[in-house]
Ligand binder design. Structure first.
Ligand code: UTP
Length: 292
């Protein structure tokens, strides 16, 4: 069982975020908030709840605000306390990573050459064993958190690459990695292939890969051998596909609610969903919807 322990989570956050321009000209996409909580905070909380020991953020030199956000800011907390805002200071402390219990590492991807390339940039920083990859712009809400659920499932899964998956309408297959499903076993969908962004007519299923992965460490050598694929980028799905014969691949049908916060519509839906959980915002929503 020990070799299956997932000790490292990689957060690729080096992308350009073009779909959110002009907002992302000044603010990295991963720091855009759902109400007041940045996407990256949701991802950190999920990984922390799953008990990972090391978080590796793959970022870009122009996105230094991410490191600034992730590191604790004791000075700000002190300033808040001095201004009588002890509660806020406490909340900041709670959300900050305690670096005495979780290692935090930043590595640079100097050019956004694709998600697979971003993951490869973390290669020398991972602890032994399988690694988790978390895409902060795929917001997954639910209890237990998606990563906790997947790590538990991974321990019982025969495949060594496990990817979060969900059904999508056929006309949307061009936006996702799509699994070639061979059999289903509870929440596991065993697959003998995965293809990045197939046209709807060519997609082997409508089961799409979404932004949580637990991968065998040989993913790094597979990515090193990987030529650019769809969109001229080094695709993570192509690296995963390379290892299928050796390692097996399964999609894991997640229990949580997933929002594509890389898109404006997804971000808007997430905001409405989260707002609706809070009586104050829910009342605003109710009034707004009732208005003529
Ligand atoms: P996306 O493809 O959704 O992000 O990648 P993007 O390219 O930044 O966004 P658009 O399409 O231009 O709007 C999913 C995640 O992978 C990271 C992104 O930062 C995001 O968290 N990523 C993507 C990298 O770290 N490096 C890359 O080369 C590509």
């Amino acid at each position: 069982m020990k070799t299956k322990m997932v000790r490292t989570a990689i957060f690729p956050v080096a992308g350009l975020g073009t779909r959110f321009l002009p907002a992302t000209k000044g603010t990295p996409k991963e720091l855009l908030p759902v109400i007041d909580k940045p996407l990256i905070q949701f991802a950190i909380d999920e990984a922390r709840a799953a008990g990972v020991e090391r978080m590796v953020f793959v970022t870009h030199p122009t996105k230094s605000a991410i490191e600034h956000y992730v590191r604790d800011d004791a000075e700000l907390r002190e300033a808040l306390k001095a201004h009588g805002k002890a509660r806020l200071a406490h909340e900041l402390e709670e959300s900050a990573l305690d670096e005495s219990s979780t290692e935090v590492i930043f590595v640079m991807q100097n050019e956004p050459l694709g998600l697979g390339h971003a993951v490869l940039c973390a290669k020398t920083q991972v602890l032994p064993g399988p690694v988790a990859v978390v895409l902060p712009d795929d917001l997954i809400l639910g209890e237990p958190g998606c990563l906790s659920e997947m790590i538990e499932a991974y321990a019982t899964c025969s495949a060594k690459h496990l990817v979060a998956a969900m059904e999508v309408p056929r006309e949307l297959t061009e936006r996702y990695g799509i699994l070639s499903v061979t059999s289903q076993e509870g929440q596991f969908f065993h697959a003998d292939g995965v293809v990045e962004k197939p046209a709807p007519a060519k997609a082997r299923s409508c089961l799409a890969v979404i932004g949580r992965y637990i991968l065998d460490p040989s993913i790094f050598s597979d990515l090193e051998a990987q030529a650019p694929g769809a969109g001229g980028e080094i695709q993570l799905t192509d690296g995963i596909a390379r290892g299928i014969d050796r390692l097996g691949l399964a999609g894991f049908s997640i229990s949580g609610h997933r929002f594509d916060c890389g898109s404006k519509v997804g971000m808007f839906e997430a905001t409405l969903f989260v707002a609706n959980q809070n009586p104050i915002y829910a009342e605003v929503l109710r009034r707004y919807c009732a208005a003529p």
